[in-house]
Design a protein around this ligand. Structure first.
Ligand code: FE
Ligand code: FE
Ligand code: ZN
Length: 277
């Protein structure tokens, strides 16, 4: 079975997201742990988290994915921004401990003129501070498009974070189809080669989640502008090959396409109809 869902708003609480996902034919979903562009967070409701956990188990959901805020930058030049990143990730992981099975995805960061090497070292440092041995929640590095000074535009940069952090063996990866395409990986014409490269550099066993998005721009553009499924430069045929690929087909897929809930429901139905059981 294809495990697929979309990004949902956490505004009405945890259980509400589970119900909304089920109502549109999803069996997983993604949500922001807090305001994505600020970082403010509402009071934690442990009962609501427990209710969602029960709902996910009852309905046989695939792991849900929490997304850290965009403002989280573990390798900022400014120490106060790095402290915010550390505090935010620690708090988010404390909350996610109440939803067993949930994973946390984050953008590695932007090194802002310090160079990728320094960026990688700072990200690894933050992870080693936060990922104490008691933490069960899988933490995923997202593949980035490479706009500005983003770290994670290549598989090698993600590997370097894993190799630099003492906790690196515990890290996973979330592959964003729009981002890798924009970064220059040709998942349209050479999907097998790209996944082979991922396997050589990182190891496919580290791949835990897919953000399934089309792209408004051609491969190599480094733009990071998501498009609806089948309406961008990746196209529906490539999307269908991605969801059915033997190395990917059992992973959870999360839509982050520019849609309201009806559009998401349609994309989920479309992709389900093109999945080979
Ligand atoms: Fe993301
Ligand atoms: Fe993404
Ligand atoms: Zn993106």
């Amino acid at each position: 079975m294809l495990h697929i869902g979309c990004h949902l708003s956490c505004a009405s609480g945890y259980l509400a997201m589970g119900r909304q996902a089920a109502a549109i034919g999803a069996d997983t979903f993604q949500f922001f742990t807090r305001n994505p562009r600020g970082g403010s967070v509402k009071a934690f409701d442990a009962q609501d988290a427990a209710a969602l956990t029960a709902f996910l188990n009852e309905h046989g959901f695939a792991p849900v994915l929490a997304h850290a805020p965009y403002t989280l930058n573990a390798c900022a030049a400014d120490a106060s921004i790095r402290e915010f990143a550390e505090r935010t990730m620690r708090e988010d992981l404390e909350r996610l401990a109440h939803i067993p099975g949930a994973m946390l995805n984050f953008h590695p960061g932007s090194h802002v003129k310090q160079g990728a090497e320094t960026g990688i070292r700072l990200i690894a440092q933050m992870l080693d501070t936060v990922l104490t041995p008691d933490i069960q929640t899988p933490v995923l590095l997202e593949t980035m498009a490479g706009k500005g000074s983003e770290v994670g535009r290549s598989f090698e940069e993600l590997r370097a974070v894993m190799d630099t952090a003492a906790c690196g063996g515990r890290l996973g990866v979330c592959l964003d189809t729009c981002h890798v395409f924009d970064a220059g990986y040709d998942i349209v014409n050479a999907l097998d080669d790209v996944l082979g490269e991922f396997d050589r550099v990182i190891g496919l066993e580290r791949l835990r989640a897919i953000h399934i998005n089309d792209s408004k721009n051609p491969s190599g553009s480094r733009k990071d502008r998501h498009e609806k499924i089948g309406q961008g430069h990746i196209g529906l045929d490539a999307m269908v090959r991605i969801i059915n690929h033997p190395a990917l087909r059992n992973l959870p897929f999360y839509l982050e396409t520019p849609n309201e809930i009806d559009g998401y429901a349609q994309e989920i139905a479309l992709l389900r109809s093109r999945y080979t059981e």
